[in-house]
Design a protein around this ligand. Sequence first.
Ligand SMILES: NC(=O)c1ccc[n+]([C@@H]2O[C@H](COP(=O)([O-])OP(=O)(O)OC[C@H]3O[C@@H](n4cnc5c(N)ncnc54)[C@H](OP(=O)(O)O)[C@@H]3O)[C@@H](O)[C@H]2O)c1
Length: 249
Amino acid sequence: MRVAIAGGSGTVGERVTRAVRERGHEAVVLSRAAGVDIRDAGAVRRALEGADAVVDVLNINTLNTDRATEFFTSATAALLDAEKAAGVGHHVVLSIVGVDRAPHGYYAAKLAQERLVESGGIPWSIQRATQFHDFARQMYDGARLGPLHLAPRGRVQPVGADEVADRLAGVVEGGPAGRVPDLAGPQEESLERMVRAYAHAQGAGGWIPAISLPGGLGRAQRDGSLLPGPDAILGRQTFDAWLSGRDPD
Ligand SMILES: NC(=O)c1ccc[n+]([C@@H]2O[C@H](COP(=O)([O-])OP(=O)(O)OC[C@H]3O[C@@H](n4cnc5c(N)ncnc54)[C@H](OP(=O)(O)O)[C@@H]3O)[C@@H](O)[C@H]2O)c1
């Protein structure tokens, strides 16, 4: 099978690319680093020639609803257009557990992306996953007040990015399946604790006060909206196992 991976150089994308190749398929990466900007329709069309399936793991780093929605909807539309031209038979997208329960900011954009895929005319699979373990680093780096790092309060069930990638490669092989069962990590964690544990593992001392992030997204993070339901498939790697196994930055 020839599989195109949009965002195939990102955190989960490079793992998907590896997993697809390990399963004996040909992988084609679409990313600016690989010379394909998703906003360049001609380049996208050329990259999808001969592809049997597309995995969309593109991303934009913003919490702004409009910016995120513009990115995910225009990128998805560009992919679907090129897939029609190339005769691609399966569009797989990675989304996030709870986006319909917490349609705020970035999550609203991911929900809009799902809707486009469902109505886009290419047979599809939507895999939702919880936050990757690396979410602790993103929060540690991103939630700051001057020099002070903050630990956002939240209930999460983080999953290993390797396990998400392997699952996506399996979804590709399984063919179009609609919404497939959610994927989550093995256990619920406190985001506050994760951020502090990450800081500790980095050798960063000092006080990391807890914070309740404002707005719907912060509230959803705290009220359990982003936790998986009983039907979710659970990965095996815990946050602590990920933390102790990773190379220090
Ligand atoms: N991170 C999580 O905890 C998590 C959890 C569940 C689901 N997800 C979903 O998983 C997906 C991937 O997340 P991630 O954290 O792996 O993303 P990431 O590390 O930020 O990677 C983003 C990828 O998108 C590519 N990209 C961005 N803009 C592009 C453009 N204009 N044209 C072509 N390629 C572009 C990047 O490559 P270049 O910069 O080289 O273009 C990179 O390969 C997202 O849709 C996210 O919502 C993430």
